[in-house]
Design a protein around this ligand. Structure first.
Ligand code: GRF
Length: 211
């Protein structure tokens, strides 16, 4: 909860289907003690299907394509401005396929979280599921972590493993990882909104006792 005792306002950034966004919205709707609510959803793609899902919930949306700006910095400034118009205190990158800069992060220090479909630090980057299969890994999973300036690198909030079966392909493995993500991401966002995460270097601790 915010200092006022009200639910913490959350901004979400997406690039794609928005299944993690929908999972977050469902978790918030189902749990009165969640501690946060989504106030705005933004995207780097104006055709991201998740934007329509957000709008159907009455949530404000915006989209800025990088190609519409002269510089990446100008694009990011537009993203920051549209987020800040709704005063979110927590930012969730839910399938947002762009790096954010230190300038972006300075607006929400240790309040930006990302979900990644591998057990970090293995298989960073945009093709984590394909890479785990190609490597012959027998276990992968998902990671929810704080965002820092390095790709898929910040302090880990929670991870969960998923076994890779011999007959898995990208579609089947992605489906099992996403089923886990859809529980883990809302759980971690709720902890952050309720002030139940503390960070000591790379170590994230859970629970009010540490606050
Ligand atoms: C998720 O699997 C996430 O880990 C990755 O992109 C995917 C986004 O899926 N970064 P969706 O748009 O939430 O359905």
């Amino acid at each position: 909860m915010s200092r006022t005792g009200e639910p913490t306002p959350i901004g979400v950034l997406i690039s794609g289907t928005g299944s993690n966004l929908r999972a977050l919205l469902s978790a918030i709707a189902e749990n009165p003690a969640f501690g946060g609510h989504v106030v705005v959803v933004g995207s780097d793609r104006s055709d991201a299907p998740g934007l329509a899902a957000a709008a159907s919930h009455g949530i404000a949306t915006f989209a800025h394509e990088v190609s519409a700006f002269d510089t990446r910095q100008a694009w990011e400034q537009a993203m920051i401005a549209d987020l800040k118009a709704y005063d979110p205190q927590v930012i969730v990158l839910a399938g947002f396929m762009r790096l954010v800069s230190g300038e972006f992060l300075a607006n929400w220090p240790m309040r930006v979280v990302n979900t990644h479909p591998s057990l970090l630090p293995a298989f960073r980057g945009a093709h984590a599921i394909e890479d785990a299969l190609a490597y012959g890994a027998q276990v992968t999973g998902c990671t929810v972590h704080f965002v820092d300036e390095e790709l898929d690198h910040g302090p880990i909030i929670a991870q969960q493993a998923v076994a890779i079966d011999a007959d898995d392909d990208v579609t089947s493995l992605r489906a099992r990882i996403q089923a886990i993500e859809h529980e883990l991401l809302p759980h971690c966002v709720s902890l952050l909104c309720r002030g139940e995460l503390t960070i000591d270097g790379r170590i994230v601790r859970t629970g009010k006792d540490h606050a």
